[in-house]
Design a protein around this ligand. Structure first.
Ligand SMILES: Nc1nc2c(ncn2[C@@H]2O[C@H](COP(=O)(O)OP(=O)(O)OP(=O)(O)O)[C@@H](O)[C@H]2O)c(=O)[nH]1
Ligand SMILES: [Mg+2]
Length: 422
């Protein structure tokens, strides 16, 4: 039977005005973790009470409500300290968890791969350690239910000595998986293969978009991403190789979706997602245009990008799910696509390639008969339109992007063909 929950939050008088949206999202998160929302309680205050988070009267009100509704869990919108949780549990007589542990709980339910399971368990333990002082949380953890589940249906550890030992073990195991990623990244950088990261709010359609690109340009077409209509379908950053028209290779990275008040410091997979972004040559920021809170979702993602200072990396904003709206975007400025139907993918692909390597042009190149290397390079890296064998060598007409031309065949380039960036 699903757990009956009360969701609650303090709205700061000085706070941003996306409080209502955060509360709606909190309800979604409760549902995603298998709970039912019985009611919502909010209070407007100048600050969070350090003892109770709410004021005393509000806590009493929650206790009465919980009694009436048969609710057994209070979920609050902000991260709480151990003593706030203890005090609130005493005052309301029900178990209390915060937004962070709720997100971790969802991750624990969804984590399938070894790496993501290790990451979630580690984050849960790190969250627990500073909150172990009082007895309340220790006792409540034993009860089971939302916020007490580890990955793979394990129960969360509650004994401090065990926890510290486990944190040590998990960090050791995780280091191994991270070093594998490091190696992959180094090979990619050495090969000069550009990296494209697809980022955005959770459920925007990032994995669907990548699957559509894999279907069109993927090297291994069967290696698709997991797609589902839920928050946090993707739990770890993953890469795939693509070959675009004109023999242009790229690595595309699927990432963990953003959400407001994301516990970025706690979860390794968020940290590695954010790290990956910093290594990319192009960021695709995917936005679900059909979501009624599209502006808040976009702003949340923009703020995370600002925080990790990706200022030098070009960002391509792409609006997704246009098949779900009646609006006709054919003449609109900007990129409006449907990852599901493939609508406007030609324009989208062109935008990606333009950002990576600039405009498509044709060039005439003369190769001496002895210069096999150059001829092979031309065949591998560009599209050869025609070739003729003359006295002074092979005359080759190619079609390629300015950036590619500059990188591989620079000695032949006319200055006026060059753009500043390439
Ligand atoms: N109608 C429509 N639905 C889409 C489109 N793109 C994605 N979806 C749906 O949106 C839901 C989420 O898609 P995902 O690709 O899993 O989204 P995501 O951004 O990877 O989400 P997370 O991994 O949870 O961050 C799924 O039900 C998709 O079928 C689209 O262009 N049109
Ligand atoms: Mg995804």
């Amino acid at each position: 039977m699903s757990e009956k929950c009360i969701v609650a939050g303090v709205k700061l008088k000085s706070g941003k005005n996306d409080f209502e949206y955060e509360m709606e999202e909190l309800k979604e998160l409760v549902k995603a973790s298998g709970g039912t929302v019985e009611c919502t309680v909010t209070q407007e205050r100048d600050n969070y009470s350090s003892a109770l988070y709410f004021g005393k009267g509000k806590a009493e009100e929650i206790k009465i409500l919980a009694d009436e509704l048969g609710a057994t869990l209070l979920v609050v919108n902000d991260e709480l300290s151990g003593s706030q949780i203890n005090n609130l549990e005493k005052a309301t007589d029900i178990r209390v968890i915060d937004r962070t542990i709720l997100i971790l709980d969802i991750f624990a339910l969804r984590a399938k791969t070894k790496e993501s399971q290790l990451q979630v368990e580690l984050a849960q333990l790190k969250y627990t350690i500073p909150r172990l002082k009082g007895k309340g949380i220790e006792m409540s953890r034993l009860g089971g239910g939302i916020g007490t589940r580890g990955p793979g249906e394990k129960k969360l550890e509650t004994d401090r000595r065990h926890i510290e030992q486990q944190v040590y073990e998990l960090e050791k195991q995780l280091k191994k998986t991270v070093s594998v990623r490091e190696v992959n990244r180094k090979t990619r950088l050495k090969n000069n293969t550009p990296i494209i990261s697809v980022i955005g709010y959770t459920n925007a359609g990032k994995s669907t978009l990548i699957n559509a690109l894999i279907n069109l340009y993927g090297v291994e077409k069967e290696k698709t991403m997991y797609v589902f209509d839920q928050v946090f379908a993707t739990l770890t950053a993953e890469n795939r190789k693509l070959v675009f028209p004109g023999n242009i290779e790229a690595i595309i990275t699927d990432t963990v979706g953003f959400i407001s008040k994301l516990p970025t410091k706690l979860v390794e997979s968020f940290k590695s997602t954010l790290e990956e972004i910093n290594y990319s040559d192009l960021i695709i920021h995917l936005i679900d245009i059909t979501n009624e809170n599209v502006a808040i979702q976009k702003l949340t993602t923009d703020n995370v990008l600002k925080e990790i200072k990706v200022a030098d990396i070009p960002i391509l904003e792409v609006y997704n799910k246009i098949d779900k709206t009646d609006y006709d975007y054919s003449d609109a400025d900007g990129l409006y696509i449907s990852a599901k139907t493939g609508k406007n993918f030609e324009k989208f692909t062109e935008a990606i390639l333009y950002h990576l390597y600039g405009e498509l042009k044709t060039y005439d190149i003369i190769c001496s008969y002895a210069d096999y290397e150059k001829i092979t390079l031309l065949e591998n890296k560009t599209e050869v339109i025609s070739r003729s064998y003359e006295d002074d060598g092979v005359h080759v007409k190619i079609s390629t992007r300015i950036g590619i031309y500059k990188r591989y065949f620079q000695e032949n380039i006319d200055d006026e063909d060059l753009q500043d960036d390439f």
